[in-house]
Write a protein that binds this ligand. Structure first.
Ligand SMILES: C[S@@+](CC[C@H](N)C(=O)[O-])C[C@H]1O[C@@H](n2cnc3c(N)ncnc32)[C@H](O)[C@@H]1O
Length: 210
């Protein structure tokens, strides 16, 4: 694709594809498993089109900082943001440089985003920096599958998938990335959620700074 075509694709088509694919039933079921644990001041990293908003427990959440570099996706979140019963503030920024002071968030939430951020270890350092002591990182992320045949396809298809998927990677080893990034698992589960197997092996749980 020509460079200008790719620019138009990223700006106009990709946000709709992201909203659609992240809004499928299996992904929405994943949100219900972890988002209700969020409490206090919450930083959502890779906020996208706001699909997690309906799953927050409004009795426990004081505010949400909605961090994402994409103004297009934020624009698609309008109705969900207006329906929220707590303030939602957009931070147009990258996870590698979170514009919040140290120890400002009680909870950090990431769903289907660690697959996409260009620099995972910098992102995790930033998340650890902004979490308050005792705070929790909640995650639901697709990643490297345990089965050799699926992994082979994940590795083979990753370059083309990533080029058309806004930088999404099929084959990131989520648990070891979190551990190497200085997090200790409090709870972790994994399974193939319904869907195309190379993109459906999903890890979810709760972690804290080790
Ligand atoms: C697959 S979407 C998931 C969106 C949302 N978290 C969800 O669960 O529906 C990946 C998200 O990561 C965001 N993203 C890409 N690069 C990023 C970065 N460097 N920092 C933070 N978010 C990023 C994209 O804009 C997009 O919203």
């Amino acid at each position: 694709m020509q460079q200008w075509d790719m620019g138009l694709y990223t700006r106009f088509l990709l946000p709709k594809i992201v909203d659609f694919t992240c809004g499928t039933k299996p992904c929405m079921r994943q949100r219900a498993k972890i988002v209700p644990f969020a409490l206090g001041s919450v930083l959502e990293v890779g906020f996208g089109s706001g699909l997690n908003l309906p799953f927050y427990d409004k009795a426990k959440v004081r505010r949400v900082w909605a961090l994402d570099p994409s103004g297009e996706l934020w624009g698609m979140a309008g109705e969900r943001v207006r329906g929220a019963r707590f303030p939602v503030e957009f931070l147009k920024a990258a996870a590698e440089e979170i514009p919040l002071p140290d120890r400002s968030a009680d909870t950090v939430l990431v769903t289907f985003t660690l697959c996409t951020v260009p620099d995972v270890s910098r992102t995790l350092r930033e998340i650890a920096r902004v979490l308050k002591p005792g705070g929790e990182l909640l995650f639901s992320e697709h990643g490297l599958a345990p089965d050799e045949d699926v992994r082979r396809w994940q590795n083979r298809l990753n370059p083309i998938w990533s080029a058309f998927g806004g930088g999404c990677n099929l084959n990131r080893p989520i648990p070891s990335l979190l551990e190497e990034g200085g997090f200790r698992m409090r709870e972790i589960s994994s399974m193939y959620i319904p869907g195309w197997r190379p993109a459906s092996f999903t890890y979810w749980g709760r972690a804290s700074v080790a």
